[in-house]
Design a protein around this ligand. Sequence first.
Ligand code: C2E
Ligand code: MG
Ligand code: MG
Length: 703
Amino acid sequence: MNTPATVLIVDDEASVRKLLELFLRNQGYTTLIAACGTDALAMVELHAPDLILLDIMMPGMDGYEVARQLKADKATSNIPIIMLSALGEHGALLSGLEAGAEDFLSKPVDSAELWLRVRNLLRLKSFGDYLKSHNLMLEEQLQQRTIDLERFRSAMDASGDAIFLVSRKTMQLIEFNRRACEVLGYTAEELLRKKPADLVDSSTRQLEQLYDKIIAGRGPSEPTETRLHCKSGAHIPVEIHRQAYKSADDWIIVGIARDISQRKEADQRILKMAHYDTLTGLPNRKLFFTTLQMGLTQAVLSGWQLAVVTVDLDNFKHINETFSHLQGDKVLATFAQRLSNCLNASDTLGRMDGDEFAMIMIVREGQPGPQQIVERIREALREPYELNGQYTSMAASMGIALYPGDGEEAVSLIKHANTAMNRAKKLGGDTYRFYTAEMNVEALARQDMEVALRDAVKQQAFSVFYQPKMSVADDSICGLEALLRWQRPGLPDVSPAVFVPILESAGLISEVGRWVIGDVCRQMAVWRLAGYAPLQVAVNVSGDQITKGHLVADIEQALSEHQIDAKWLEIELTESSLMENTAHTIARLQALQQLGVKISIDDFGTGYSSLAYLRRFPIDKLKIDIAFIREVTSNPQDAAIARTIIELAHSLNLTVIAEGVETPEQLAFLAVNGCDQAQGYLFSKPLPLEALEVFLRDRQRLS
Ligand code: C2E
Ligand code: MG
Ligand code: MG
């Protein structure tokens, strides 16, 4: 307070005023003067003094009244008043106090006493003024804070994230927003009683460590993923972003938790799509493989034995073709369900591809082993499947490879189980095989053969042998079957029964098949020129040539190039190749039949052999499989089958031929039962060209 205090002197006596003025100015105070009560009030209003010296007895408004009015007004009530009373005015003290005055001085005024009182009162006033202004400031601050806090609260409440303020000192929640209550399902009162560790996946100890790191500026740079524990018991995945603020001697940790359930769900869905098969819900090939790798790591550590079993449905193509892909899917789903029912809880089942499944089994003593489970599976699969109200039965081929005996790595175990499964398939299906080392040798040999065959295709190292077909009634030659041969210089002959399937799986059969057709037609043209009587020649055709190749175009091209009438060409197809893509196959065969080409079903009796089926295909001839002819004279069942096929063929106006006829007894049986044609070693083996021509000339000479 550097400005001098202002004192207002109110007295009706000019001499008194003068004297007081003198005293006060002497002490450095500024003075104001009023000669009556009314002037005093007006002056105060104009310029509020720091203190008033107020005479009691004045004409008009007396000092009491002035004091009363000043003290009644809030703006002036804090101005201290010293009443001046003449000696002997008894009772003045009391009335002055009543009117609100702070102090008294008797006239005549003693200068020292005046200074003392004035100084003390002014000190008191300035302290009061200070307090008042300080309170005012505090009040303003409080108000401002309240406004800030409300703003902060409403901002917090407007946030879609849950916000928590935690005291590091007490490890208690001190503030949170409305969203926090909504998300957690607690009321604000309930939530205030919770510790942060009650709400997340971490313990108080862990949170303390985390908070201290954040305080030290070494907190995680990315939001932390955790789960909020709700009142309902549910857990909500969130990511929490935390920051620390200094507050007096404490640190406040602000945590902002964002609900990431949707993102997590999407992640899960993507993960599921990438790792699970949608039809069956089973792990796909990729996940199965990783599971197997993990299982093997575990097996190494704990000395377990594992079995990898691969399963493939037999003739599943047939289901897809006969019914629909939708029905096929239904069968696969049921199949998967049945498989999984057969497994132990710790085993894994996966879908590798199409109708291929695979299992990982832990082999434990006292629990069913792989063989028992595989038997169990065969049993379960035999139950008929319902398809469009019809019941059909299914079977599967399975292969088993054991860890550590048959391999130590996932790749080799799956490969070996597959090799064993293919073996089971070759044995006619509906069975299983354990992997053996010989199978591997075979598989390698097969790979070698594939390489050699690719070479043979390039070198055109193939030739055609011909086997005559005889008319049963008059023992005359009624046709030839062209049979493919593969010459390997210095190596034993390989049967087409072995190498044709390899050509098929290597995707080479269409090319080789086209060559056979061309070569046969070329040969027929040569014979015509040489003057031989025309003979019908049958060519074996693979399913792939119809479904993947251009069989019709290839045949048309060969026939026209060598000027051969289509009626002299016959194709032999197995039943299974008819089933591959029925609608397409039927259309191709019809086109061939329209050209005049004859169509024959080879190896009849070994496939589906359904009459209803046959009717759908445009065919001219059935060839009874060698399997029924072999024991046709000794096995009554085979005899019955052969007889039935002959009758069936005739009832459909088809020609019927028997293959593999080796004895006169077999021929006699066929003659008695009305079989039209026969083919076999009894007449001739398949012959190379020169030998065939000798055979034909001998026969023609005979006739
Ligand atoms: P397939 O069409 O059923 O041919 C009949 C097979 O039986 C031939 O075997 C033939 O030599 C053999 N055979 C004939 N008579 C007798 C007999 O009296 N006793 C015995 N035990 N066997 C007899 P091959 O020539 O080894 O042919 C095997 C299979 O290879 C054929 O069976 C056919 O499915 C396939 N094949 C042959 N040539 C071709 C071809 O050019 N294309 C296609 N896609 N497959 C072919
Ligand atoms: Mg044939
Ligand atoms: Mg055959």
